[in-house]
Design a protein around this ligand. Sequence first.
Ligand SMILES: Cc1cc2nc3c(=O)[nH]c(=O)nc-3n(C[C@H](O)[C@H](O)[C@H](O)COP(=O)(O)OP(=O)(O)OC[C@H]3O[C@@H](n4cnc5c(N)ncnc54)[C@H](O)[C@@H]3O)c2cc1C
Length: 477
Amino acid sequence: MQKYDVIAIGMGPGAIFMAYELLNLKSNKKVLLIEQGKRVEERTCPIEKIGKCVKCKPFCNITSGFSGAGAFSDGKLSLYNKEDEDFYVGGNLHKYIGVEETKKLIDYTDSIYLKFGADTKLEGIEYKEEVSKIKNKAKKEGLTLIDIPIRHLGTEKAHELYKKLEDYLEDAGVNLMFNTTVTDLVIEEGTAKGVKVRKSGTNDEEEIIYADNVIVAVGRKGANWLVNMCEKHDIKTEAGIVDIGVRYELSDKVMEKINKYMYEGKFIGRPSPFKDKVRTFCQNPSGFVSSEVYDNNLSLVNGHSYKDRKSTNTNLAILVSHHFNYPFSKPIEYGRNIAQNLNELGNGNIVVQRLGDIYRGKRTWEEELEKNPIKPTLKSAVAGDITFALGYRTMTDILAFIRDMDKIVEGFANPENLLYAPEIKFYSNQVVIDRNFETNIKGLYSIGDGGGMTRGLMMASASGVEMARILDKKKNN
Ligand SMILES: Cc1cc2nc3c(=O)[nH]c(=O)nc-3n(C[C@H](O)[C@H](O)[C@H](O)COP(=O)(O)OP(=O)(O)OC[C@H]3O[C@@H](n4cnc5c(N)ncnc54)[C@H](O)[C@@H]3O)c2cc1C
């Protein structure tokens, strides 16, 4: 019988930083991380070479494998301002451990990233006066600009950094099990006893691996699986949200000041008439739009940028947060239906449309895209009409937000700008956890993006560090 002190499901930043900190604390625990995807050095996305998404089997290399969604991320580590009394991006870790503790944790987690090779340069701290002017301008338009320092790894450097972490953990004796899917949790009398696993992409017989502590760190990729687990095992959840929107691509020239002063401008608005929260997210100066595949072959759009390879376009997400409670409370299902419709409209691909065509009430045609001043950086995207599927409320929110942004950044609403869809951020229904990240099932914990606690690299990593400290203290009690 295989038995561990700690099993983490998933090998994203959450699980990696938990394992790192357990080593650092010399906690002497037998740790196993289980990942459905591949080692980081084996992860490649064919789209780079052949220009289209081939829907890799059994799992998309962008979202699965060592370092999870972090491997192909743009690697923007969101830090904080010392004077801030709250956290406005990255998730809700501070709601569990407090703002001051989260700041300390982020400092520490950042120091680990630096130790493994992150760029020492911080973006967004040099041009305080200019940023303040943009902030005031935004305020007049009813938008909030969150300016926090950012450490930018860049996609290719993120790969190198995570490879070093992979080697470090393995050399130090952490057990890494790849190409293995956790199919179920083993729970007896309200206590987690272990997990059931199977070789990824096969119908092989399931095997049980036992552990005293099971950490769910499945990221957005595992959000749907986690919903099923919660239903099956009566794990308590609260209604969550789904973020639905587009990836917006425009000229670097239009975004010149924002890119220079902040690298990433995080704008938040609540446009009329719905007053939904609409925000920009994951801005990539001189970047590339990318696609990723989720469960049931759903293609979603995303974006990233390299340290060295550059385009002449900036891309960013414009996301609308949707809450549901009664009588429908299935945000993941709502998002999946929208994604499915959009995928069908694009014949399995991401759909792209010019902003001007949306205003004119027409689809975009391939020939028009070829002549468009903004050339799409996602070559596999299919020209079409996203308004058929995005929903009136989401579309209205996005267009109003773009109009508001244009008053702050001239050219933000240029008709040649491109909207790719679907960009959707799935979170599980929020898993109910206590201060120790423990669910109502004894010995079952939830960290990172999957259970809805975090929404970005830094907070997901920091939640892993804190998890390790909690487990270490448990040993000492
Ligand atoms: C293209 C892209 C760009 C991004 N850019 C940024 C950025 O610049 N800045 C930022 O802060 N964030 C960015 N993000 C988001 C960031 O990557 C995530 O917030 C972060 O990786 C979450 O970490 P995590 O550990 O919670 O989960 P993940 O990194 O998602 O890892 C979860 C892992 O669990 C595995 N898994 C799931 N279910 C199972 C199962 N049943 N059995 C076994 N394994 C399982 C998955 O395969 C995955 O590898 C980006 C994401 C993408 C995709």
